[in-house]
Design a protein around this ligand. Structure first.
Ligand code: ZN
Length: 257
């Protein structure tokens, strides 16, 4: 081969390699954009229990130290496991939620509101809801448990700052029944919507609701207009950005949905 031909061949190989490299880079960019643009199903940071179908009770106990009462089928226990598992893709959420005290998920068909306490939640009429609503309710009620189980950290949720920074479109001031305060506005009850309630705290409800909204994922809206006092938040990440960023860092350790 002459020197000229050899140089031409080298240039040709160089051009081919460069083209391959840039096109595979372009493909990678496309794939990344598609993933970022869509709500994400759990990755496998935390692997799913391998005997979930045969023994969901044992999985729930082993992975989250939790038990379910009031389930009418094994598949309901499995669904509850999957709610824990989805949020548990964040190691920080899991650490804040799970400790040595057994945790109880109580399913109930009674009318009324669901509730969250340090060591249990009561989920009312849970399985008649669509999955996105189940996810929101589960994250909200376990958010109360996270509050009670980690009060020092949870009290750093700076509601006053978030109200100033995020403002309208995320927060709504209400005064009734001798109480007043700002609520994350997708929260339905406030102080009075089904009668004056003594046990409602605008701080704790905003904290739990911020967690419920966070797991919807970036760019998602929550539309509960017409349900008691709830107001729509068009985009939980941009309309409540300071609240969102706090929850991202302090509850989910940077993990996004
Ligand atoms: Zn609540």
């Amino acid at each position: 081969m002459s020197k000229k031909k050899a140089i031409a061949l080298l240039i040709f190989i160089g051009v081919v390699l460069f083209t391959l490299k840039t096109s595979s880079y372009a493909q990678l960019q496309d794939i990344v954009e598609v993933i970022v643009g869509e709500p994400k199903e759990p990755s496998q940071n935390f692997p799913i229990c391998d005997f979930l179908d045969s023994d969901p009770e044992r999985c729930l106990k082993r992975d989250f130290n939790a038990v379910v009462s009031g389930a009418t089928s094994k598949s309901q226990v499995k669904e509850i496991y999957l709610h824990f598992w989805r949020l548990g893709q964040s190691g920080k959420w899991k650490n804040m939620m799970v400790n040595n005290t057994p945790y109880k998920v109580i399913l109930s068909n009674a009318e009324g509101v669901s509730l969250g306490y340090p060591d249990y939640i009561i989920l009312k009429r849970f399985f008649i809801r669509p999955l996105t609503s189940q996810r929101h309710l589960f994250a909200h009620e376990t958010g109360h448990s996270i509050y009670w189980r980690n009060q020092q950290e949870a009290n750093r949720f700076d509601l006053g700052r978030f109200v100033r920074q995020d403002g309208n479109g995320c927060y709504d001031f209400q005064s009734a029944c001798g109480k007043s305060g700002n609520f994350v506005q997708s929260y339905a009850l406030r102080y009075f919507c089904d009668g004056c309630r003594d046990n409602i705290s605008h701080f704790r409800e905003s904290f739990a609701e911020a967690i419920g909204n966070y797991q919807l994922g970036s760019g998602r809206s929550i539309n509960y207009t017409g349900f008691l006092c709830a107001r729509t938040i068009n985009n939980v990440r941009t309309d409540c950005s300071n609240t969102y960023d706090w929850v991202k860092e302090n509850i989910f350790g940077g993990y996004e949905f």
